[in-house]
Ligand binder design. Sequence first.
Ligand SMILES: [Zn+2]
Length: 211
Amino acid sequence: MREYKHLLLANKAWAAERLEERPDYFERQIAGQQPEFLWIGCSDSRVAAGQLTNTPPGGMFIHRNVANLVNEDDLNLMSVLEYAVTVLKVRHIIICGHHGCGGINAALEGGATGYLGKWLRNAEQVRRDHQEELDALPESQRANRLVELNVRDQLVRLARTSVVQDAFAAGQTLYLHGWVYDLRDGLIKPMMEIDSTTPLGEVPRPQPVLV
Ligand SMILES: [Zn+2]
């Protein structure tokens, strides 16, 4: 494990490298941000949005929580979403789940307690809503499929929020993307897309990609 002092040393080296590449690097950072993307992903330390997509600072507005869930009563997520869509005017919102998600595994097994137990109720609802499909799969494939179905259901929830609906109604350019990150090969696998023309009552279940 890295000691905390290594973080500070690494930061100094990083800042020096930026200045070497571009003497005005930090002046440009101070000038403001114009990210094109909002990333909603899992808090898992292995799913580092910027690094996985080679996006430099300033390129992506980011919200992360356990199991990449969307709840309209989550003030944290909703304020990030509102700011990203109405002020920054991001053009793409990505919900990215991932292979080996501990939150999804817990939702599949049930019985999580404490704050995590409360938080995961949304994911457990996804499991219940797709119980038949999950039960028909071999046990070894259920977690991966729930990761995919969870992204689908959270993306539909996101599309139904007032923030996204208002943007669609106003003709703002906005695309919602459902992706999963595969820890086994480091690749992001796109599954689905929603835009202002998508009938939300008929969004199909995505083809499995975490096979
Ligand atoms: Zn996770």
